[in-house]
Design a protein around this ligand. Structure first.
Ligand code: ADP
Ligand code: C5P
Ligand code: MG
Length: 208
């Protein structure tokens, strides 16, 4: 018992065991700048960055038995079953040796959210939400040039719809709990980071 991602503050007998890690969920539409800003946060605030999308793409490359299923879902902009994504996140958290995580692009829907909470018992310290108009995100994705199979106009439109239908409700869920820190993301990278820094420099950074 007591791996970093199953950690509880109290054991069954009520004894204090170990501290839960600090988790910040980083959400926003495709191309809103999550990965870009996470790299800056890592440099300045000592977090480990875990992008769910990056972990899923690495899983495809590794030749895992789930690879073909994941590849097909990403091509269609669909959300991979939580079981798969959460296992990858847990493994990456355990291997990092850190206790502060930026979980980027997760939870993407209600199933992701509820399953993560159920499996890990971790509540995010807060949710960083990059708010960006579709036209700007579309421009960025079409210029991203990372050879991604989902950065084409047809898949991009599907991803925007999935974001509206499935991901925004998760942001609204956390907003109702007072956990959302919204950032205007359609500004130059350094200006966006000034707003991000202000959030990580205050008491917001603390768990709870
Ligand atoms: P996400 O992880 O949210 O999908 P990325 O961080 O990969 O987004 O950014 C998408 C693309 O837009 C990348 O090519 C990145 O360099 C660029 N980009 C990120 N932030 C900005 C910004 N504030 N202004 C202009 N381009 C940006
Ligand atoms: O966040 P990113 O843009 O890298 O995600 C790319 C794709 O990975 C998503 O469109 C989706 O198909 C898949 N994904 C997922 N579940 C997540 C995060 C990403 O299925 N929680
Ligand atoms: Mg990204």
């Amino acid at each position: 018992m007591g791996t970093v991602v199953e950690a509880t503050n109290q054991g069954e007998n009520g004894n204090v065991t170990e501290q839960k890690p600090t988790v910040v969920f980083v959400l926003g539409g495709p191309g809103s700048g999550k990965g870009t800003q996470c790299a800056n946060i890592v440099e300045n605030f000592g977090y480990t960055h875990l992008s769910a999308g990056d972990l899923l793409r690495a899983e495809i490359k590794s030749g895992s038995e789930n690879g073909t299923m994941i590849q097909n879902m990403i091509k269609e902009g669909k959300i991979v079953p939580s079981e798969v994504t959460i296992k990858l996140l847990q493994k990456a958290m355990q291997e990092s040796g850190n206790d502060k995580f930026l979980i980027d692009g997760f939870p993407r829907n209600e199933e992701n959210r509820a399953a993560f909470e159920e499996v890990t018992k971790i509540e995010p310290a807060f949710v960083l939400y990059f708010d960006c108009p579709d036209e700007e995100m579309e421009r960025r994705l079409l210029n991203r040039n990372q050879g991604r199979e989902d950065d084409n106009i047809e898949t991009i439109r599907k991803r925007f719809k999935v974001f509206m239908d499935s991901s925004l409700p998760v942001i609204n869920y956390y907003d109702a709990k007072g956990k959302v820190r919204k950032i205007e993301a359609a500004r130059p990278i350094n200006e966006v980071f000034e707003s991000v820094k202000a959030i990580f420099s205050t008491k917001n950074e603390k768990a709870d």
